[in-house]
Design a protein around this ligand. Structure first.
Ligand SMILES: [Zn+2]
Length: 75
């Protein structure tokens, strides 16, 4: 088997919709109210759900930039 390894980025501090995979993790556009092509970019730390970014600019940013880890965050 030569399955492509999927590097799952763990996202924290997402909005509830984004953490459920219902909104873009970057621009927070809701996919229920504004459907558009999206691609998985990782998982939400809070829910364990797969999360998505808009196919295109958002996905590019999500997969090329490392998410900022906030140490000692707001929670
Ligand atoms: Zn987006």
């Amino acid at each position: 088997m030569t399955a492509t390894p999927y590097l799952a980025t763990v996202y924290t501090g997402l909005s509830p919709a984004a953490a459920d995979g219902l909104a873009c993790v970057l621009c927070h556009r809701g996919y229920l109210t504004d459907p558009q092509p999206s691609r998985p970019v990782g998982i939400a730390a809070d829910t364990g759900s797969q999360v998505f970014a808009c196919s295109g600019t958002c996905h590019t940013h999500a997969t090329t930039a490392q998410p900022v880890t906030t140490e000692g965050g707001t929670r």
